[in-house]
Write a protein that binds this ligand. Structure first.
Ligand SMILES: *[C@@H]1O[C@H](CO)[C@@H](O)[C@H](O)[C@H]1NC(C)=O
Length: 372
């Protein structure tokens, strides 16, 4: 071997050794985190190691039965056990109570609805703006309960009818890749949500009013909630309050219903870091939380991967009709894949949570016995 070839070989070996995560075989790795950070070289091509959730094992490109959830490229997707401290647990009663408030936003007379379903709420104010270029309206409310020592911000995503709504979802899916930076260097949210958030929360005066109320009630918790696109606005508000307004993260409580994938993986990480109390409630066949759908990470470059839409923990999954007394499961992985059957799809499961048809419910100004 000539000296130049030897030197090249040495340089190549050093480079290879210096690359973090390069292993000889994936299958010897015994934990998800290490597996997701590792890769092998096959015939000179870099191949991620993949953690198969079902078999709890690490492997190469065909490590997992086809169609089963696989974790690769980023340990963020690995299971993180759900261990809430006292008083931070999700309960069905809590979900119903917050759902009542997020439904009240749909009532043309919010006060009348809240008076029935949450009589402890003593103050509320509504905000409504055109939130996109097509004349759809977005609405939010701020409410206060002295009894619960709580302020509430609740959103309804859009006034669009079901047809328009379905079209909008297709639009969102097509927007995959159309991100707007949000509250950090890498975090991005779908353009549509970004525009809606700025028009509704910032420009309509909602933020200023909320900050005033928070100053007057320094020990009150701030609950953020919303259904569907309203859930996206709620999660963005939570991150905005903690990162941009210096709100103590332990005051913030986030519970959303049928929230789509709002942002990219960096957004999901920011939410987990900055909002310790956070639940995404999802009903069995609701298709909206699977939008925009992620692509198979195996076919993505690192840059494309970072732009993929991604959920944050904790998914509260009702694998049933959400009747009174029905059970739920809190999932340990960030995204829904692997926690619920995302192939089930029934738009009725999106519009009706806790067996409440929201339109009927507000038509009768929110009769409490139907929900709680
Ligand atoms: C809204 O409902 C409240 C309580 O039922 C009632 O006092 C008020 O007049 C209603 N407002 C409007 C605009 O209808």
């Amino acid at each position: 071997m000539r000296i130049r070839e030897v030197l090249a070989l040495v340089a190549f070996s050093i480079l290879t050794i210096a690359e973090a995560g390069n292993v000889l075989v994936c299958k010897d790795i015994k934990d998800c985190n290490t597996c997701a950070e590792s890769y092998i070289h096959i015939l000179g091509f870099k191949e991620d190691c993949r953690w198969c959730l079902e078999t709890q094992s690490c492997g190469g490109p065909i490590s997992c039965p086809i169609g089963k959830p696989v974790i690769q490229k980023d340990p963020f997707k690995c299971p993180t056990p759900y261990k809430p401290s006292a008083g931070k647990r999700y309960t069905d009663a809590l979900g119903r109570s917050l759902f009542a408030i997020s439904t009240a936003v749909r009532d043309s007379n919010v006060t009348a609805c809240l008076r029935n379903v949450r009589p402890d709420i003593s103050f509320s104010r509504s905000y409504e703006v055109e939130c996109d270029g097509s004349g759809n309206l977005c609405k939010g409310i701020i409410a206060k309960s002295e009894e619960a020592k709580a302020l509430y911000v609740a959103y309804k995503g859009s006034t669009a009818g079901k047809q328009v709504f379905a079209e909008m979802l297709h639009g969102l899916t097509a927007q995959l890749g159309a991100w707007e930076k949000f509250e950090s260097q890498d975090a991005g949210v779908i353009n549509y949500f970004h525009t809606a958030f700025y028009r509704l929360f910032i420009d309509s005066g909602m933020e200023d009013d909320l900050m005033d109320l928070m100053k007057k009630h320094k020990n009150y918790r701030i609950w953020l909630t919303g259904h569907s696109l309203g859930g996206s606005l709620a999660s963005m508000t939570a991150l905005h309050l903690v990162k941009k307004k210096g709100v103590d993260k332990n005051r913030v409580r986030l519970i959303t219903f049928g929230e789509p994938r709002t942002g990219n993986i960096a957004y999901a990480k920011e939410i987990e870091e900055n909002v310790p109390f956070r639940y995404r409630v999802i009903k069995r066949g609701d298709p909206v939380p699977n939008m925009p759908a992620p692509l198979n990470p195996a076919v993505l470059t690192a840059a494309q991967y970072n732009r993929q839409a991604m959920h944050y923990r904790y998914l509260v999954h009702y694998d049933n009709n959400m009747g009174k007394g029905d059970v739920f499961n809190v999932c340990s992985v960030a995204d829904d894949l692997g926690c619920r059957n995302t192939a089930l799809s029934n738009l009725a499961d999106h519009t009706s949570y806790f067996q409440i048809d929201q339109d009927d419910f507000v038509r009768n100004h929110c009769p409490r016995h139907e929900l709680i």
